[in-house]
Design a protein around this ligand. Sequence first.
Ligand SMILES: [Zn+2]
Length: 345
Amino acid sequence: MRAAIFGGPGAIGLGERPDPVIQEPTDAVVRVVLACVCGSDLWYYRGESPHAAGSIGHEFIGLVEDTGTDVTSVAAGDLVVAPFIFSDMTCPHCRNGSTISCPVGGNFGNGTIDGGQGEAVRVPQAQGTLVRVPGTGHSDQVLRSLLTLSDVMATGHHAAVSAGVQRGDVVAVVGDGAVGLCAVLAAGRLGASRIIALSRHPGRQAVAKEFGATDIIEARGDEATGAVMDLTGGIGADASLECAGTAQAIATAFAIARPGSTVGMVGVPHGQVPVPEAFFRNVGWRGGPAPARLYIPDLLDDVLAGTINPGVVLDYETDLEHVADAYSAMDERRAIKSLIRAGSQ
Ligand SMILES: [Zn+2]
């Protein structure tokens, strides 16, 4: 089959991988319909985080082609959403909300295991992992939004859940990438009354507003902190969502969190939590890799009901043949997030 192959920093292209087949009774084979490029893929592309050569991509929706004998939750022909990691959903860690800790779990597109950026994927632990989408003939807009549940929307939601967003809260979101924008949408969905988005890019500001942001702050660093303090009467945000992972974003997220609050952290950290400053203001943090599989069913209902449309973040589109363009568009910040059309519904 044709699949994106990561060859090292800056080197991504279309190549060949073996056609996936059922290897274990717990497997399914899924033919990919839509995939996309993650912000974390960019860290690999830029050489800022290591990634093995080979398969890549961990966000996809597709059609089940075949299932192992232990798999009863999905069947051939089903449209499914795959969370970005596979897991059994029955072990103590999965049941405690940390699917990434599953002893039989793992990452799609890690160089060896099939990635979402390809024509098909062997999905281990398919019974626990895959979520069937009810209905048929979904619009392209719905399919795009379903794709975001694989990672980016689930991750934005995890930021909001981790920070304990409550109805009526003032929420500040640091990071205007696709995750940050989805965090804005998630905060509004959980009832935030005021959502402050930190962004200096007009296109991203527009999406943030469409997703429910009430205030936009263009400043960065200390200036951004001052602006959030001005907007909140000197108190700070009830919930601060860190969705970028850079050292400056982490520092800002903690600085704008009100004393006694929790910072929701979902950006892969490339900086340090300022422990002493947080300690003396009773600010905590929660977060980590989102247990997307736990969140997908509720978010899926909202996508199908039309109450959320996170697929808006996918503002660049190409196919597998042009996968390199999908990466460069995001690397050069021409795109918020790149969609890769791999097949049809
Ligand atoms: Zn598990």
